[in-house]
Design a binder for this molecule. Sequence first.
Ligand code: PLP
Length: 388
Amino acid sequence: MPKESRKVYADAASTTGVSDAVLKAMQPFFQTEYGNPSSAHTLGQQAKAAVSQAREMIAAQLRCSEDELYFTSGGTESDCWAIIGSALATTKRHIIVSIIEHPAVLNCCKMLEQFGYRLSYAGVNADGQISVEDIEKNICDDTFLVIAMMANNETGVIQPIDEISAVSHKYGVSLFSDCVQAIGSVSINLSLQKIDLLSISGHKICGPKGTGLLYVNERCKIAPIIYGGGQERGLRSGTENVAGIVGLAVAIQQAVCDLDKNTVRSLRAVLHDCISKIPYTTINGDCSPTLPGIISACFDYIEGSDLVRYLNEYGIFASSSSACSTNSGRPSHVLLAMGIPYSRARGALRLSINGNNTLQDIKYICKVLPLAVQRLRSQNPEYIRLFR
Ligand code: PLP
């Protein structure tokens, strides 16, 4: 097939470009309104007001109090702070964590294990949904935290967070939910939902990289992990990233205002239709509710990394699983946890789209992908032996 000059970005779960509105809102804070919010003079106080306004905007979207929001440097910091900060604020030593969490969560928990904390893992079913039973059966007097993401970054599977919340709170255990992929696609109302800690990242929703948020419910105790000048009510020191915080607030507002994501959902349906027609292919988590923009599939007899490279040559940017685990060379821990055999999980591809993608983009993927799969399979000796 002749290569085209077309470029299709289908990796929105890895990162996104900032929207025009986000860029416009951030711009003044780089060169004109560059004050430090801790300074007493006018320029500083203007920056402080911008941070307060951003906090108010986000609190209104998430239906929580402004005092429950803390700005961070991104999803990874928010995740690590939620876990370590909770551990430092209690004498209890047991955490229950779902097996499909992002490495920011899993590796942070493993670090605590080295310091004597005990971990129990909650598994998932074949459709990628966290087992609520696993959580309940592992809760004990020493458990201080249940960790369950709101939607998975590799499969897009939306998790039964309200059920998980009910079980955790039945035993008086706090719930931390990584909401990095879910925000803007799953409805969040913190005045109704009982979630104690929740993490958000800016760059997945057309906000700036290096920005994030941790929501800490007023009932919940958390210790700081970053010490310094006492910013963020003494819990997260460091001069505020004013431009980033302003951009994050606009990104969250835009993402939440377009919660239905109907256009993205209909584009995903086109991809789904195309992929389901490719033989020896499994769509991961296909029986579960999924985010509108993520579709994950395993193509037998090929390596996901080869497929990603092939698509790249045709200007299609995608991932084999998550951007963070792509370089490990190992199949995704999420797919293995779903019981997908190792050999099949090696053939994983994640396409993730957002409102910037067009039907033309999707049609182009649907033209290239089946041919790419066919071409790569035709080079696989096992496939040749079985099917030629
Ligand atoms: N949690 C999830 C579910 C993610 O998908 C990611 C990023 O891929 C992160 C956390 C980390 O966020 P950040 O890149 O802002 O550190």
